[in-house]
Design a protein around this ligand. Structure first.
Ligand code: ATR
Length: 274
């Protein structure tokens, strides 16, 4: 029997946890499928996708730096992918069309709610105004926060992004230095963690009982998590849970089965700690 084939495509890709996560989902739900890693040359994304499909692929996850190119390649986009302007999930339909979806924002929201973190009616701050932040704004606003402030090193990018999503809820943008007040939930969507840095933040930005969430993750707590712990956060989470939840959402789009993410997260956390 031919197994259905899936893959994650990116550059670099060697470090991707997605094959491991999807293998755990497949085993748990009895789905007959394989999931591999594909390294695409920086100028060869489209060719690599079409080749994988021609070889019988059923769908792909897309990661850095190809999420915008993936959106351009698709015949149709889900509403959330169109809003994000980026695609992390490709679905190869039997009629030959390629649908693009974006499960990143749903993954973030699910991970937050799964940790008992409230978004509705809360004051939420998101740091950064790049592609990662754009990808999660619509699902966050759908949870009806009291306000959503986007703060970025380059203030104009934050203001522009807020304007693009203003029809979905109470969102505004500003520069990091103009940040005032305190927040119940602070999400770091900058790429600073990747270089061992964090945005400069005022000491009193976290409200009492506030939660901090870094969309990045690593072997150690990120500089942003450390800052949050030192400044009274009730909870300082990294983005590993978001990774697992976005994978589950992609798996659901492909297979029509929703995996149980709890045991998968425990498995990853166990190997994370060693
Ligand atoms: P991604 O796809 O990860 O979102 P991106 O589109 O390049 O990557 O965006 C990176 C984001 O991280 C930007 O908001 C960037 O701020 P600028 O718009 O001012 O460049 C932010 N960022 C990166 N390094 C940072 C740092 N050391 N401090 C603060 N913000 C940083």
């Amino acid at each position: 029997m031919m197994l259905d084939r899936y893959a994650v495509i990116g550059n670099p890709i060697a470090h991707s946890q997605s094959p491991r996560i999807h293998a755990l989902f497949a085993a748990q739900s009895g789905q007959a499928m394989t999931y591999e890693r594909i390294l695409a040359p920086l100028d060869g994304f489209r060719e690599a996708v079409l080749r994988f499909r021609a070889e019988g692929g059923r769908g792909m996850n897309v990661t850095v730096p190809f999420k915008l190119q993936a959106a351009e390649l698709c015949d149709t986009l889900s509403e959330r992918a169109a809003r994000a302007g980026a695609v992390n999930t490709l679905i190869f339909h039997p009629d030959g069309t390629i649908e693009g979806d974006n499960t990143d924002g749903a993954g973030l929201v699910r991970d937050l709610l799964g940790h008992g973190v409230r978004i509705e009616d809360q004051r939420v701050l998101i740091l950064g105004a790049g592609g990662a932040v754009r990808g999660v704004l619509a699902p966050l606003l759908a949870e009806r926060p009291r306000e959503l402030v986007i703060a970025n090193r380059t203030a104009d990018k934050a203001r522009q992004l807020a304007a693009d999503f203003a029809d979905l809820g109470p969102v505004r943008g500003c520069g990091l230095e103009a940040l005032m007040g305190s927040f119940d939930l602070i999400i770091n969507g900058t790429s600073a963690s990747l270089s061992g840095e964090r945005p400069p933040l005022a000491d009193d930005l976290l409200a009492k009982g506030a939660v901090a969430y870094d969309m990045a993750y690593g072997q150690e707590p990120t500089p942003f998590q450390c800052w949050a712990q030192a400044h009274g956060a009730r909870l300082a989470l990294d983005g590993l849970g978001m990774l697992v939840e976005q994978a589950a959402e992609s798996f659901y789009r492909w297979r029509g089965v929703r995996p149980d993410t709890v045991p998968v997260r425990q498995t990853l956390n166990a190997s994370h700690a060693t």
